[in-house]
Design a protein around this ligand. Structure first.
Ligand code: OGA
Ligand code: NI
Length: 354
């Protein structure tokens, strides 16, 4: 088999090229919607990604708690993405997570290559860049580091970055705290659907089986940002996704037929409802289409943690309580693995018909 060795995007970016290779150029139809992300972020008119204050999510006062849940519910139903503030994870810990990830990416590419994943043999964990998965050969302007961070007994610490030396400790602590936050959110969302508190958590695998996968997205400066995307339009397949970033804008959400640029909200964690919860809730909670822009001036880094059900153990389908005569099931039963397959297949079909 012939495999072409593509340079890392970081190497391309630092080589001084003034124009990007054609594989990174988006199709004509898409180019019209790509603007300057700094200009886009400044825009105040039009819909904005909601901010949800979680201070009262576990208040002793029933009414206060209920009010907070209603805000979360509204955002989950309308947008499926939000800035969480007062989420309980300290600013200090978030800063340390950002620092260790940034330090790793500051290593020379040759150092990082020691952690390279090997997608062709199924080793998805490690340092990587997107491989073209269709005939168009389309690529994205990013490199990444991907690994499982929770539950602890499923981690493979041997592939985690060894430099900086605090990487493992800091990332482990963040994983533990995010797992707690995921439980809180799943409880609240369960109650919002009229389910028992622990139901969604159980339906996505519980403490033993829900997997937290960290993807550090590294988006180098791009000489022609109006022609490329850091990450192409997609919905997350996860149950929930939690995102930290380095305060450089880039994330856009497709809301009511338009791309809305997320503002950078200090100390917030962006949370997405993913396809898994969309399916379980029979579409009441939305998994929103989103993408990432790049820019000429600043490297952008984001830390996305995907909370995923096990691949084959659970059949995902709308929970009976979310289905009625007037609300028929919108999704056929599928395992998580089948859902991934289905999405890949649809994508291939799209490309064939283009
Ligand atoms: C993702 C993603 C957006 C970002 O990794 O799935 O949508 O802000 N990332 O980097
Ligand atoms: Ni995403």
């Amino acid at each position: 088999m012939v495999t072409s060795v593509l340079p890392r995007v970081e190497s391309l970016a630092s080589s001084g090229i003034q124009s990007i290779p054609k594989e990174y150029i988006r199709p004509q139809e898409e180019l019209t919607s790509i603007g300057n992300v700094f200009e886009e972020e400044k825009k105040e008119e039009g819909p904005q990604v909601p901010t949800i204050d979680l201070t009262e999510i576990e208040s002793e006062d029933k009414e206060v708690r209920e009010r907070c849940r209603q805000e979360l519910k509204k955002a989950a139903m309308d947008w499926g993405v939000m800035h969480l503030v007062n989420h309980g994870i300290s600013e200090e810990l978030m800063d340390r997570v950002r620092k260790v990830g940034q330090k790793f990416f500051e290593l020379p590419v040759e150092e990082k290559e020691k952690y390279a994943n090997d997608q062709s043999s199924g080793n998805v964990q490690g340092y990587g860049s997107k491989l073209a998965n269709n005939a168009s050969g389309q690529l994205e302007w990013e490199d990444y580091f991907f690994h499982l961070i929770f539950p602890e007994d499923k981690r493979d610490l041997s592939i985690w970055p060894k430099i900086p030396s605090e990487y493992t400790e800091v990332t482990s602590e963040y994983a533990r705290q995010l797992r707690g936050l995921a439980s809180k959110i799943l409880s609240a969302l369960s109650i919002c659907l009229g389910l028992e508190e622990g139901r969604l958590e159980k339906e996505v695998g519980g403490v033993e089986e829900l997997l937290l996968q960290l993807k550090i997205n590294y988006y180098p400066k791009c000489p022609q940002p109006e022609l490329a995307l850091g990450v192409e339009a997609h919905t997350d397949i996860s149950a929930l996704t939690f995102i930290l970033h380095n305060m450089v804008p880039g994330l856009q959400l497709f809301y009511q037929g338009k791309w809305v640029t997320a503002k950078c909200v200090p100390n917030s964690i962006i949370m997405h409802i993913g396809d898994t919860i969309e399916i379980l809730s029979n579409g009441k909670f939305k998994s929103i289409l989103h993408r990432g822009l790049v820019n000429k001036e600043k490297v952008r880094i984001s830390w996305a943690v995907f909370c995923e059900p096990p691949k084959d153990k659970i059949i995902l389908k709308p929970l009976p309580e979310t289905v009625s005569e007037t609300e028929p099931p919108l999704f056929p039963p599928r395992t998580f693995a089948q859902h991934i397959e289905h999405k890949l297949f649809r994508k291939t079909q799209d490309n064939l018909s283009n």
